[in-house]
Structure formats: structure tokens, C-alpha cells
Design a protein around this ligand. Structure first.
Ligand code: MGD
Ligand code: MGD
Ligand code: MO
Length: 764
């Protein structure tokens, strides 16, 4: 991101700070929702649109991946879902005249917020080599340009096909099919930066890289542990499930360096008590952990459970361990050796707090652990999540009602995209099935993930970058490195709904291909089409857009892939791209033939509410791992540390953003208003560093190779975070995350533990 609000950009970052709040939602949330929605859509469209979100005959909320309950409310959305819808259903437009008035250099100087506020893209746009501005282009010409650049490559692996997580199952299936027929597995996706660590850890230990619980399991649990997740902002509908679990007697432990308002108390806007009353207290025990201390915490709990079993039979589910697991002895030896000094240092917790957690764990028959980015974006994320699995396996908390692993996904269809084959390291069985069904030989070598794709572009080994949604340059780490890498490409192409920074940081030539959003009617081949998505709990259901498209010139994502494939692959491709474009039902028939769990897809998805994908550990306590059992693992305990005078910085989301899409400049629950360049620091740490509340500082990250990266001009906010741990918003701070700072095994950027020094400065 530009360091300073650029000249001519009316967005002023001038943070005002009040005390953090202690409850989420309630009446203020409704007021805030309606204000943002009406600003974008007007009153009538706001009402019509919001009533269709997440209804059985409506569209899937483009916000988060939290599942819909079977019995739905009239208004089954949340404040932040409504903002996501308003952002897409806005009445504002970015037409060709806009690009004439704003050359690329001008766009590159604007904030992400300003770019997003301009409205929906309406025409395919082309930036010729050496030109200053995008100009309108026909769809045919756009596909010709892409074909020209792809055919000029020395080989298919010089192309990269990125996916963000809003893409429907149908579009994702076609997109990976096209990339593989073209000849590459270079299919990086946002998941590489998100839950890849969960996928890696769960596949190795349980055999399935997805969560093992359904929504109803949350309602039945005795204990729900929420670690490294801020559902009040990022999965607000999860609070209703937590509220219901509490009504059934469940206890909640939250593990977080920040006291997040949404986890403290929930005022359910669907109930009178929530609207005007005090709401429901959610967290029973708050463990204010240091960044990256979770592996040490779960290791210590595992030691304590094993010790309890020495005196209390049943503390360990011995029958489950014997029948269904592998590697117990080695794990138990490592856990029994957990060191208390190290545990307390890594976690910043007291022994009394951990003992209190243990009592709650031992009192629970059915335990679920939910987590998100606070666990997945560290160097040692994979062993951390494996330790969570150890913890659940010990007491038999996998594969029975009310218990299990619950990685809470981000984008609304990020899990479905992976199921459809958007993966740079596809399983051989998946490729075999593609080969059988489509009669071509898919490439077998692994492709590039996000970080490796950036390196390949940087080093000139990749030359065409194609993105199905997302905002790659702003979402990726090491902004300056990533932007320089992108500028080296021959061609960059973005299929997008809205303008963003990736359209302003381009290769020699660039294309913007505008597409339909979830909310919009999709008529192809004379008939109205629907698409399908998979939520965080493996439920697959239909999504039908209801609004008139933002422009008659838009193509749907499946139509774009079909036309691109026909143009690039030519008559050699035996895939019926034309038929796929006209009737998405024919795509689903092929998905059914290729992907296990989708048998009879068209029939089953027509049922209201859809269907659940099979999940062997959940359904039958069988574990398709290398050992055929659930694997205990015993990794050495790791945790991040910062040298004297430095802090660990996490980069996280405010309440008014969807990843790189900025809805507004407030972070209501944390008491921040009208600005995003803030850094939250514990008052004691700030005093030691000589940083008064309200003063300004540059954030400088220090990487192990001695290199430094700087983000200037952040207002220091004294905030009750864990000691030694600071927090600041993404994507402004992505410039600080070194490209090489990634999680072991999953290669996910370690954006939740960046070592920084704060230097007093002026406002940026
Ligand atoms: N409104 C809205 N909804 C969204 C998104 C959005 O941007 N806006 N993004 C979507 C996407 S793609 C995703 S992946 C999810 C993200 O959902 P979250 O993971 O909730 O998102 P973050 O803001 O990154 O929050 C990380 C949380 O983990 C805590 N944390 C950080 N480091 C640690 C740690 O080391 N240990 C522990 N125990 N806690 C830690 C932070 O304090 C914070 O509460 O949300 C999805 N939903
Ligand atoms: N420092 C730091 N970096 C992070 C994270 C972090 O916590 N800290 N989080 C990471 C995570 S979890 C994720 S998931 C990634 C997100 O990375 P991305 O998914 O790449 O980024 P988004 O901001 O979600 O993408 C927004 C853009 O998607 C486009 N879009 C929206 N809807 C549609 C649609 O229906 N179709 C199409 N074709 N385009 C659409 C719009 O043009 C919009 O500008 O960022 C990662 N980066
Ligand atoms: Mo994500």
C-alpha cells in the first residue's frame, strides 16, 4: 500500500481512540449495517437484497464460510455479511470514462478504500504495453490477448492461475480443468495464505484436511475452545451458535492475545433480549496468551491430562486411543516432558490459569476446538494444530457428536474451491479421475503456491499471471517485493467485481475482466443458472443470484473460463466448453463423475439446504492416513520471541473490512474510529519503549537475514493486549512480512508474528 494517503485521495487517516467495547452486535450493529448498505444501495434495494441472503431460495452470503442453520431467521445475515452484500450490490459504477479520467499511475496512488468505493466494474478493460491508461476492449479481443501471451510462453509452467475463495464450485472446477489441460498445476489460491496450515496438519493426523464437526455439534458440546479467532467481526453468525451452546450448558474458553468484544458478550439482534437486554456472556475463561504460545499451551494441557489419567481412570479415553490411534507412546513421552518454565514463558499465562483450563477440559465429555488465523499464520502453525489434534484425540473427542476439530474458514467458498481441485499439489487419485473423465493427461508435477509464485514472477520464471478474483498484490506478504514481481510479468489478468490495487500494479500488458457477483441473476443459454458452494462444515448447497447484473456486459466466471478455454486450447480440447457455458447442470454432472461425495450432485443439491459431504473421521471414526489410524505426533515445542526492545506484531482485520476490501475506517469494538494506521501496544511495553498513547511511530520489521522493512506513521494506542505483543491492520502492514517468513510444511506467510521495532515519528 502507498505509505501516505496520496494527493487527491480524499481519504484521511486520522484515528480517534475510545475505550474498547465488551459486547458485540445489538442495536448499534443494525444501525451501522443499514447506514453502510443504504449508502451503497439505497433504501429499497437494501431491503429487497438483504432478505435474500442465505435463504434456501436465495444466494449464499459472499461474506464468511460459516454454515447456515437449518431453521433460518427472516434475516439470516449479520452486520458484516450485510456489508459484503452492499459492497457488491452497490449502485456505483466504474465505467470506461472512469479509466480515461484516471490513468494507472493515478490509481496506483490511491488507497485501497478509495479504489473499492468507486463501484462495480462494467466493461472489459485493456492496458496495452507502454500505455498510460486502461481502454475498453471487447471480450473476444481480451481472450485473443491472453491466448497470444499464453502461446508465447516457453512452457505452460510459466503461467500462474490464482484463485480467491469466492469462486463457485462450478467455476472453480472448470478453471482447474482449463489450467491442467493447458498443462500446469500452478494453481495457487488464497488458502495458501489462510488455512493451509490446518489442511496440512489435519491431513497428516486425521486423513481429511477439513473440520470434523457440523453446526449441530456445536450446539451439543460441553466445552468449546475458541483459539486465535475473532468471530464477533469475522464470523458473526458463529456467535448465535455459541449462544445456543451456552443455553444448553456449554462452557467456552477463549485463547487470544486480545480481549475481543464478540467473545466476551453477544447481544443477538434476532432476539428481544439481545436487542435491548444485556445479551449473553460467552467466555467463561479467557486465556490471554502471547502470540504463538498455543502449541506450548496445548502441550502443557496434554501433559496434565496424562498425569490426571495416572490417578483418575477415564481422563484419557484409552479405548479410543487403543482402537483408533497411532503414535501414542512417542507423543506421551514428549508431552510428559513438557517444561513448566518454558510453558509459562511461551504462553505468558500463569500455572493457575492453565490448571483452571484443565479442570474445564476434564469436566467436559464433548469438546470442540475452533480456530482461525491466530493459529495458522505462524512459523510453527502446523505443529501447533497437530498439538490441538493430540489434545482432542487423548479424550476421544474426534468422531462423536458434540466433539471435534473446527477450523473456521474464511472466504465463503474457499473450502469448496479446494474440493474442486484448486490446489498446486493435487492428489494422484484426483488427477487419475480427471484423466478418465476428460481423456487428457494432466500434469503430475506439483505447481506453485502463493509464495513460490511470487518468487517465480520475481525471478522471471513466470510471465503470465491470471487471477480468478481476489487482490493478490495487496493480500500477499512483502508488498514491495510482490509488486516488483508483478511488474515483471508479461501479462496480468484479473477477473474481478470491484477495482483494487492489483489492477494498478500490472505486468507489461494487463486486462480487467468484469464478472457477475453472487447476488446477481445469471442467465446463460436461455436459462437461469445457479451455482453451488461448500461451507466451513462441508455442507454443499445452491446459490441463486436475484439482482439485475451491474452491467449487461458482464460474463459469469464459468462463462469466462469456457470462452477462454475454447480460445486458448482450440479444437484439440475434447471438453464440451460450449455446453458447460450454457448449462451449469452439465458441469455438475462431471463434478459428480470426478469427485467422491458428489454422486448424483444435481438431484441432491436441488433439495433445500443441500447435503453434507462425507467425512470419514466424523462419520465412522475411520482415518484415511498413511497408518490407517489417527496419528498422534510429537514435535518439539516452538514459540516466537522478540529480542530486547522489540515486539511481536500480528497483522489482523478491523471490524470494517473484508480482507483487502475496506468498508470504512472504524473498528468499533476495539474503540478505533476514522483511521487504520494504528498500532495496539500494551501500556507497560509502550512505557518501556517511551511511546506515549497518541504518539506516532514507524514500524520496522527485522528479518533474520538482517534486512529491514518499514511501514511509516502509525498512531500508538495503549491497549490491553498480551505483553510483548502488538497488533496492527492488514493489508497496510503486509509490507513488513518477509516473503521468506513462512510456516514450515504449509508455506503460509507468518503474518501473525513479525518481529518489529517502533521508532517515534510523525503521522504519515
Ligand atoms: N467481516 C469480515 N469477515 C471475514 C473476513 C474479513 O476480513 N472481514 N475475512 C475472512 C477470511 S478470508 C478469514 S481467513 C477469516 C479470518 O478470521 P480471523 O482469524 O478471526 O481473523 P483475524 O482478524 O486475522 O484475527 C485473528 C484473531 O486471532 C488472534 N490471534 C492472533 N495471533 C494469535 C496467536 O498466536 N494465538 C492466539 N490464540 N490468537 C491469536 C487475534 O487477536 C484475532 O482475534 O475471516 C473471514 N471473514
Ligand atoms: N498480513 C496479512 N496478510 C494476509 C492475511 C492476514 O491476516 N494478514 N490474511 C490472508 C488471508 S486469510 C486471505 S484469505 C487472503 C485474501 O486474499 P484475496 O482473496 O486475494 O483478497 P480479497 O481482499 O478477499 O479480494 C478482494 C477482491 O476480490 C474481488 N471479488 C469480490 N467478489 C468477487 C467475485 O464474486 N468474483 C470475482 N472474480 N472477484 C470478486 C474484488 O475485486 C475484490 O477487490 O489474504 C491473506 N493475507
Ligand atoms: Mo482467509
Amino acid at each position: 500500500m502507498a505509505a501516505k494517503p496520496p494527493a487527491g485521495d480524499p481519504v484521511q487517516d486520522a484515528p480517534e481512540v475510545a475505550a474498547p467495547q465488551h459486547a458485540a452486535a445489538g442495536l448499534p450493529a443494525i444501525g451501522h449495517t443499514l447506514r453502510i448498505a443504504q449508502r451503497q444501495m439505497g433504501v429499497r434495494r437494501t431491503a429487497l437484497t438483504l432478505l435474500k441472503v442465505n435463504q434456501k431460495n436465495g444466494f449464499d452470503c459472499p461474506g464468511c464460510a460459516w454454515p447456515e442453520p437449518d431453521k433460518r431467521h427472516k434475516a439470516e445475515f449479520c452486520e458484516n455479511g450485510a456489508k459484503a452484500v452492499a459492497e457488491e450490490a452497490t449502485l456505483r459504477r466504474v465505467a470506461p470514462e472512469f479509466f480515461a479520467a484516471h490513468p494507472v499511475a493515478d490509481l496506483a496512488g490511491r488507497s485501497g478504500y478509495w479504489l473499492g468505493q468507486q463501484g462495480r466494474l462494467t466493461h472489459p478493460m485493456y492496458l496495452p504495453e507502454g500505455a498510460a491508461s486502461y481502454e475498453p476492449v471487447t471480450w473476444e479481443r481480451a481472450f485473443d490477448i491472453i491466448a497470444e501471451e499464453l502461446h508465447a510462453l516457453a512452457g505452460p509452467d510459466e503461467a500462474v492461475f490464482y484463485t480467491s475463495g469466492r469462486t463457485s464450485n462450478e467455476a472453480a472446477f472448470l478453471y482447474q480443468l482449463f489450467a491442467r489441460e493447458f498443462g500446469t498445476n500452478n494453481l495457487p489460491d488464497c488458502s495458501n495464505m489462510c488455512h493451509e496450515s490446518s489442511g496440512s496438519a489435519l491431513t497428516e493426523t486425521l486423513g481429511v484436511g477439513k473440520g470434523s464437526v457440523l453446526l449441530d455439534d456445536l450446539h451439543k458440546a460441553d466445552l468449546i475452545i475458541v483459539a486465535g479467532q475473532n468471530p464477533g467481526t469475522n464470523h458473526p453468525r458463529m456467535l448465535s451458535a455459541l449462544e445456543r451452546a451456552k443455553a444448553g450448558g456449554a462452557k467456552i474458553i477463549s485463547i487470544n492475545p486480545l480481549p475481543e468484544a464478540g467473545l466476551e458478550r453477544f447481544k443477538n439482534p434476532q432476539t428481544a433480549r439481545g436487542l435491548v437486554g444485556g445479551g449473553t456472556a460467552l467466555t467463561d475463561l479467557f486465556l490471554q496468551i502471547r502470540l504463538g504460545g498455543d502449541q506450548a499451551l496445548f502441550r502443557a494441557l496434554n501433559r496434565l491430562i496424562l498425569e490426571a489419567a495416572d490417578t483418575t481412570p477415564g481422563a484419557v479415553d484409552e479405548e479410543f486411543v487403543r482402537e483408533h490411534t497411532h503414535g501414542f507412546e512417542e507423543f506421551a513421552a514428549a508431552a510428559r516432558a513438557a517444561d513448566w518454565d518454558e510453558t509459562l514463558r511461551a504462553t505468558g499465562l500463569t500455572r493457575a490459569e492453565i490448571d483452571q483450563a484443565l479442570r474445564m477440559v476434564l469436566a467436559s465429555r464433548r469438546t470442540i476446538v475452533c480456530w482461525a488465523m491466530g493459529l495458522t499464520q505462524h512459523k510453527h502453525s502446523v505443529p501447533t494444530i497437530r498439538e490441538v489434534v493430540n489434545f482432542l484425540l487423548l479424550r476421544g473427542n474426534v468422531g462423536r457428536p458434540g466433539a471435534g476439530v473446527c477450523p473456521v474458514r474464511g472466504h465463503s467458498n474457499v473450502q469448496g474451491d479446494r474440493t474442486m481441485g484448486i490446489f498446486e499439489r493435487p492428489a494422484p487419485e484426483f488427477l487419475d479421475a480427471l484423466e478418465r473423465e476428460f481423456g487428457f493427461a494432466p500434469p503430475r508435477e506439483h505447481g506453485l503456491d502463493v509464495v513460490r509464485a511470487i518468487r517465480a514472477l520475481r525471478d522471471g520464471q513466470a510471465k503470465v499471471f491470471f487471477a480468478m478474483g481476489g487482490n493478490f498484490v495487496a493480500a500477499s506478504p512483502d508488498t514491495e517485493v510482490t509488486e516488483a514481481a508483478m511488474r515483471r510479468a508479461r501479462l496480468t489478468v484479473h477477473v474481478s467485481t470491484k477495482l483494487n490495487r492489483s489492477h494498478a500494479v500490472t505486468g507489461a500488458r494487463a486486462l480487467i475482466l468484469p464478472t457477475l457477483g453472487r447476488t446477481e441473476r445469471d442467465v446463460r443459454g436461455g436459462g437461469e443458472q445457479f451455482v453451488t458452494v461448500e461451507d466451513s462444515m462441508g455442507m454443499v448447497h445452491a446459490s441463486r443470484g436475484r439482482l439485475e447484473p451491474a452491467s449487461p456486459g458482464l460474463l459469469s466466471e464459468p462463462a469466462i473460463v469456457c470462452r477462454l478455454a475454447r480460445r486458448v486450447l482450440g479444437p484439440e480440447s475434447r471438453t464440451p466448453w460450449e455446453e458447460f457455458e450454457k448449462d451449469y447442470g452439465t458441469i455438475r454432472d462431471r463434478i459428480a463423475a470426478v469427485i467422491p461425495g458428489f454422486e448424483d450432485f444435481n438431484t441432491r443439491v436441488s433439495r433445500p439446504g443441500g447435503f453434507a459431504l462425507p467425512h470419514a473421521p466424523r462419520d465412522s471414526r475411520s482415518f484415511p492416513t498413511a497408518t490407517g489410524k489417527a496419528n498422534f505426533t510429537a514435535a518439539p515445542v516452538e514459540y516466537p520471541t522478540a529480542p530486547e526492545g522489540r515486539l511481536l506484531l500480528q497483522t489482523l482485520r478491523s471490524h470494517d473490512q473484508y480482507n483487502t476490501t475496506i468498508y470504512g475506517l472504524d473498528d468499533r469494538y476495539r474503540g478505533i474510529k476514522n483511521g487504520r494506521r494504528v498500532v495496539l501496544v500494551h501500556p507497560e511495553d509502550a512505557r518501556e519503549l517511551g511511546l506515549a498513547d497518541g504518539s506516532y511511530a514507524d514500524l520496522i520489521s527485522e528479518w533474520t537475514d538482517g534486512s529491514e522493512r518499514r511501514a511509516p506513521g502509525f498512531r500508538v494506542v495503549h491497549y490491553p493486549t498480551a505483553r510483548g505483543c502488538a497488533a496492527s491492520y492488514y493489508p497496510e502492514t503486509n509490507v513488513l512480512v518477509p516473503l521468506d517468513a513462512t510456516a514450515d510444511t504449509s508455506n503460509t506467510p507468518a503474518s501473525k508474528s513479525v518481529v518489529v521495532r517502533l521508532e517515534p515519528s510523525d503521522p504519515a
